[in-house]
Design a binder for this molecule. Structure first.
Ligand code: NAD
Length: 488
């Protein structure tokens, strides 16, 4: 039974700026609510422009001082130490992530493991980011070096705080940037802990700063700060536009990792039994609050009913419950998100989409939690809102298609372009369709919801631009400098 001793006052967390724990001046701290039961579990600083400015200055000082003087190998070693510290604390970090976001505890642990892996990957990559030489005119040598941008700002969402901070800050630090992180107000606790661990393993002061607060205040101040040379934003397309506009005023580069409406295309010749569990997992993982969730399953018409029959019992067996019970999914992050998701389901049903199956919520789940029962809908009309907009919840839409060309048009027919899945046993078709997808990542006969740490990731269209993850991110967080030497 989910249980909590409610006697203690919730702990107050401070910003980490220039290696010190500091309180924000002015505004009252923000309450942090556990989505599983609605209880206040902590308080975080409600920072404003002054704290962002202090963090940007601290990062600049680190970039021009202690952090900037380290060799790539030394930076890499520190990142590997941070990875080891995260691994050593994996159990409690995973539990903290689950408590803060409502996700099942096993997903919290997996996120901690992934964060450690990001820092390991980027730590061991730091001194492998080689430059280039270019054949040029006689008497010249041209070298291209990779230079850090300087101070990088990182705005993270609440769905995978540990993983997203790991992937973005890991790559930026490996390149030699100094970072200012503004985590989501709904889920800031693990980002703060990672920064503390960085301090403990010996990162120079100011190399990694974390400032908490509201997006419209602290986030806006970070994206508009002229001392931030490059912004990495992960979140909604609407806020991504604001961040890019603000950064453009001082000509800072931006990567935008935004939402998705990712299709999984199931051809009649696919191994449907093998596909079924993955099709369900791709939407249920993290309660569907995953940018790369496979939220549309496009099915060749003649096997539509077969696929629906395979998925329906799996959906009926799904259970939502408190994070510490480790059900298939936890609660939505907050009351607003719960309203948004249930609103989408109700509207789809009103518009005539059949409810093929529904999962359940633990009967004794705390009344204050933000639970939504998973829903399987289909066939969903192509122009329905649920077929085109990101729900960010445990809702899967099934849609039939007629042939390969129709499947490709349907898959590419939304404003988004993040990930796609192709299920077929026809090797040539798998390649044709993968190449035809307008998105950043395609899985054939599998689906990884973003895939591993090593795999470049990012979107096109409304899903954003720029790439994070993999070695590719190191090019994003650095810039080429061309040095032309005339030696005769
Ligand atoms: P959001 O855009 O509301 O918030 C994201 C971050 O932006 C938060 O830290 C928030 O405080 C901050 N923010 C809000 N207003 C701001 C402003 N005016 N200026 C600057 N910062 C501001 O997104 P969310 O609801 O936290 O996350 C859900 C969205 O994120 C979904 O659309 C999802 O698909 C997307 N997402 C994308 C990826 C990816 O890698 N492509 C990964 C995870 C989530």
């Amino acid at each position: 039974m989910h249980d909590r001793a409610v006697t203690k006052a919730p702990p107050l967390h401070r910003n980490l700026i220039a290696g010190r724990d500091v309180e924000a001046a002015g505004a009252e701290p923000l309450d942090v609510v556990c989505p599983s039961d609605g209880a206040v579990i902590a308080r975080i600083q409600q920072s404003g422009a002054a704290e962002i400015d202090a963090a940007a200055r601290a990062a600049r000082q680190a970039f021009e001082g202690g952090w900037g003087l380290l060799t790539a190998t030394e930076r890499g070693r520190l990142l590997v130490k941070l990875s080891e510290a995260i691994t050593a604390e994996g159990e409690s970090l995973g539990a903290l992530e689950a408590l803060d976001t409502g996700k099942p505890i096993s997903q919290g642990r997996a996120d901690a493991t992934a964060a450690a892996r990001y820092f390991e990957f980027y730590g061991t990559s730091a001194d492998k980011l080689h430059g280039d030489t270019i054949p040029f005119l006689n008497g010249y040598t041209v070298a291209v070096t990779r230079e850090p941008h300087g101070v990088t700002g990182h705005i993270a969402p609440w769905n995978y705080p540990l993983q997203i901070v790991g992937r973005s800050v890991g790559a930026a630090l490996a390149c030699g940037n100094a970072c200012v992180v503004k985590p989501a107000e709904d889920a800031s606790l693990t980002a703060l802990r990672v920064a503390q661990l960085a301090r403990e393993v010996g990162f120079p002061d100011g190399a990694l700063n974390v400032v908490t607060g509201l997006g419209s205040v602290a986030g806006a101040a970070l994206s508009a700060h002229p001392g931030v040379d490059f912004m990495s934003f992960t979140g909604s397309p609407e806020v991504g536009t604001l961040v890019q506009q603000a950064a453009a005023r001082h000509h800072a580069g931006v990567t935008l990792e935004l939402g998705g409406k990712s299709p999984q295309i199931v051809f009649a010749d696919a191994d449907l039994d093998a596909a079924a569990p993955t099709l369900v997992k791709a939407i249920i993982q993290n309660g569907g609050q995953t940018c790369s969730a496979g939220s549309r399953v496009l099915i060749e018409r003649r096997v539509f009913d077969d696929v629906a029959r395979l998925l329906a019992p799996r959906f009926r067996a799904l259970r939502a419950g408190p994070h510490d019970r480790d059900r298939d999914l936890g609660a939505m992050i907050n009351a607003k998100q719960k309203r948004r998701v249930t609103g989408f389901i109700e509207a789809a049903l009103r518009d005539g989409a059949p409810l093929l199956a529904e999962g359940a919520i633990d009967e004794d789940a705390p009344a204050g939690g933000f639970y939504v029962a998973p829903a399987l809908l289909g066939p969903v009309a192509r122009d329905a809102r649920i077929a085109r907009e990101e729900v960010f919840g445990p809702v899967l839409s099934l849609m039939p298609f007629d042939d390969e060309a129709d499947a490709v048009a349907l898959a590419n027919g939304t404003d988004y372009g993040l990930v796609a899945g192709v299920w077929t046993n026809d090797a040539k078709r798998s390649m044709r369709v993968a190449r035809a997808m307008r998105c950043g990542q395609v899985f054939v006969n599998g689906y990884g919801a973003g895939g591993g740490v090593e795999l470049p990731f990012g979107g096109v269209k409304k899903s954003g631009h720029g790439r994070e993850k993999g070695f590719e991110a190191l090019y994003e967080f650095s810039a080429a400098k061309t040095i032309v030497i005339h030696h005769g």
